[in-house]
Design a protein around this ligand. Structure first.
Ligand code: NOJ
Length: 735
């Protein structure tokens, strides 16, 4: 398929616009949910499609169904405009990759890019054109379940992951073969929800907005993202979906975004819920005025944009406003080649979903995402000839949990659980015993998401007391116990915040009972946030996240040393929930000498710092060298550091560069990540790793100037393997 020129696209859009009624235009701006298990809904949506009152559908995820609905749009609607199919392809469609937070923990943007290219290929093959991803919300409160969808707490790591995911999803241009449109979300600030409560309000200072929450969006747009999704919550009291400053002044006028904006589900109609718009009609006018092009209609409620024709007739919106939004949506459809090739090749779709190469990408991503937190006495890696291993825990053999939340099209039968992975990889003489140990608790309030799609698949434990005793028996009889504990996938993600970081249910008790046997314990933590183990100390601890389709295989490779852990934490890991928020990049304030004593009963430091993670080898750092000790604002210098693998095996280190600005037009954090590179080093090998420091790294948004500035100042520089790297050198920025 040849790419259309901008002029050709414009001419096609003009031609269509000239033929469209106001109702058809509003239709192009309306996206409906289509849940195939609700037949009445499907019939209603079909009628809307036929009548030209729907421009896009979401949640249709079967190739045959997409093709069928597309044929209705193309062959039975008056103008035959094809539908744009969008879906939440967050970490894979059939081949499930580790959750996005895990991929961020790889600190390897290539993993994110390659993984999302796989997701895009599968999505495009079944007829999808657009994914509601990447989620680029910065999260500093692990109570928020949606933390799992993002890249953690840091804007530099977050920006790198945002851009890489966009490149993976979209390829070199919108409409590239086998790719889909990427829609960074939720614009902007959703991650700051009060108390980590999902959908709650947020209060964000300009400093935080510009320096922390917005940069990943900017990075995603610079990488070419064709869509943006507006958030539910508000900024300064104005809901994001009705916020003209955000959606027009910043997004379009300051950043030059030319794609289309969609609301989050029901967020236009929701403007009335916020007590911002008077009613549904007012909500539609305010959303369009603010800069929303397409409404993602509420799943079971009234669409607001249906009222746009009346608003036009009443003079509340102009024809030009309506046309501008429609133009953007048609532009996307044309670029995606929908008019030329609207239908799905069902045979090719099936083959794409089965591609073995995709599974290899998922396994490798899981291996590169794991973070080794503790490894007393070098317990890991285990020998394949270990005589007996007791595998214990409700998540050890749960296929559904292994792939994590936000997946719908996975094949649980092909998912490799940790137990299955260990069984396959252990030597022939190794005995592997298993018990789930305890049951996962039920949710306090029933969730709308707890339907067949979100069902739990852990093996049911009839009696926890009996099974804990059984776990103890198995652990006693084994050379090593591998515990897989954490959170079931329904305990995290959307609409799944938790008010505590404790292991749910009786898992803590199970852990302590097994530890008391004296058998060495490897704890594998399956979740997407820090957990509070209340001081329990297994010999080895590894964060395996929700590792995806080939998770168990990857974990077994890590356990037995066929892969070496090299991931690092994308967030500060608090000691307990009372410390939250606890960003590593905090501002210094009164009595820093008391900084470790801010609480009467607790230290200030995290349990593990941002950027932390161990390997089966060790690394040493030489003092960083600067190419200059003074630069003028706007100029760039280079930091070079020699990193050496001082241990016994080849391994990866994530070399991290931190700076601290000593003074300026605003106070800056005690340290900020400004560069990172994951390198593989053989034993004894030394690599010189280089980082630029120039205006991109040294400027920031200053409230004193209400603009981006680069101060004349002194900058401290530290390089190391986590965010406790000491500052060892400094330079002046002076004109
Ligand atoms: C609501 C979520 O906030 C958003 O992230 C998602 O893309 C839509 N629902 C569609 O599922």
């Amino acid at each position: 398929m040849t790419q259309m020129t901008d002029a050709e696209i414009r001419a096609r859009v003009d031609n269509l616009l000239a033929q469209m009624s106001a109702e058809e235009k509003a239709g192009q701006l309306t996206q409906y949910f289509t849940f195939s298990r609700a037949p009445d809904e499907v019939a209603r949506v079909e009628d809307e499609v036929r009548a030209g009152r729907a421009g896009s559908l979401l949640f249709v995820s079967k190739a045959e169904e997409i093709d069928r609905l597309q044929r209705i749009a193309v062959e039975q609607s008056r103008l035959g405009i094809p539908l744009l199919f969008g879906y939440d392809v967050i970490h894979g469609l059939r081949t499930i990759l580790p959750v996005p937070l895990a991929v961020a923990a790889s600190w390897d943007p290539a993993v994110a890019e390659e993984g999302q290219a796989v997701a895009a290929a599968e999505a495009r093959a079944i007829g999808l054109h657009w994914t509601f991803a990447p989620m680029v919300d910065i999260t500093r409160d692990p109570r928020w379940g949606r933390m799992i969808e993002g890249a953690g707490e840091d804007p530099v790591l977050g920006s790198a992951m945002a851009a890489a995911q966009v490149r993976g999803f979209q390829g070199a241009f919108i409409g590239a073969p086998g790719r889909v449109i990427a829609g960074p979300k939720h614009f902007a600030g959703y991650g700051a929800a009060f108390g980590g409560r999902d959908y709650d309000e947020a209060e964000i200072s300009d400093n935080e907005l510009w320096n922390i929450y917005l940069p990943p969006f900017k990075a995603a747009l610079d990488a070419g993202a064709g869509n943006v999704m507006s958030a539910y919550m508000g900024l300064n009291g104005v809901p994001a979906t009705g916020n003209r400053w955000l959606l027009t002044d910043v997004l379009r006028e300051t950043w030059g975004f030319e794609g289309f904006v969609v609301t989050d589900a029901g967020a236009a109609a929701d403007l009335a819920t916020h007590h911002y718009a008077a009613d549904l009609g007012d909500a539609a006018v305010r959303a369009l005025d603010a800069g929303v092009d397409m409404e993602m209609a509420p799943p079971f409620g009234e669409a607001a944009y249906r009222t746009l024709p009346q608003a036009l007739a009443a003079g509340r919106i102009t024809a030009a406003q309506l046309d501008t939004a429609v133009r953007r949506v048609l532009d996307a459809k044309l670029r995606m080649g929908l008019f030329e090739a609207p239908y799905v090749d069902l045979g090719a779709a099936a083959a794409m979903l089965a591609a073995p190469a995709h599974r290899a990408v998922a396994r490798r991503a899981a291996e590169r995402s794991a973070v080794l937190l503790h490894n007393a006495g070098g317990l890991l890696p285990l020998s394949r000839d270990t005589g007996s291993i007791a595998v214990i825990g409700p998540l050890a053999d749960s296929a559904r949990d292994t792939v994590g939340p936000w997946v719908f099209e996975q094949d649980d039968n092909e998912t490799v659980t940790v137990l299955a992975g260990i069984r396959a990889a252990a030597g022939p003489a190794t005995r592997v015993d298993y018990t789930p140990g305890v049951t996962m608790p039920a949710r306090l309030h029933k969730s709308i998401f707890e339907d067949d799609v979100h069902a739990q698949t852990q093996r049911l434990v009839v009696d926890d007391d009996i099974e804990i005793a059984n776990s103890v028996r198995l652990a006693r009889a084994a050379e090593v116990a591998v515990l897989v504990l954490g959170e079931a996938h329904i305990m995290i993600g959307e609409h799944a915040s938790r008010s505590s970081l404790d292991l749910p249910g009786r898992q803590q008790e199970l852990l302590e009972a097994v530890l008391a046997t004296g058998t060495p314990v490897v704890l594998l933590i399956m979740t997407g946030r820090p957990v509070d183990l209340k001081g329990a100390e297994p010999a080895a601890k590894m964060m395996i996240w929700y590792p995806g389709t080939r998770g168990g295989e990857a974990v077994a490779n890590l356990l037995f040393g066929a892969a070496v852990p090299g991931g690092k934490l994308p967030y500060n890991w608090p000691r307990n929930i009372g410390q939250v928020p606890l960003p590593y990049a905090q501002l210094r304030s009164f009595r820093p000498d008391w900084a470790q004593e801010r609480y009467w009963n607790e230290g200030n430091a995290p349990l593990y710092p941002f950027g932390y993670g161990l390997s089966y080898t060790t690394f040493s750092y030489a003092a960083p060298r600067l190419s200059a000790d003074r630069i003028a604002p706007g100029k760039t210098l280079e930091v070079t550091v020699d990193v050496t693998n001082t241990g016994p095996v080849t391994g990866d280190e994530v070399v991290q560069l931190y700076i601290h600005q000593r003074y300026g037009s605003a106070a800056r954090p005690v340290r900020e990540l400004k560069g990172f590179q994951r390198v593989t080093l053989a034993p004894g090998e030394t690599r010189a790793v280089r980082f630029p420091l120039g205006p991109g790294e040294l400027s920031y948004w200053s409230a004193a100037r209400r603009d981006r500035v680069q101060d004349e100042t002194c900058i401290d520089v530290g390089v190391g393997g986590d965010s406790t790297a000491p500052f060892m050198t400094s330079f002046e920025v002076a004109g």
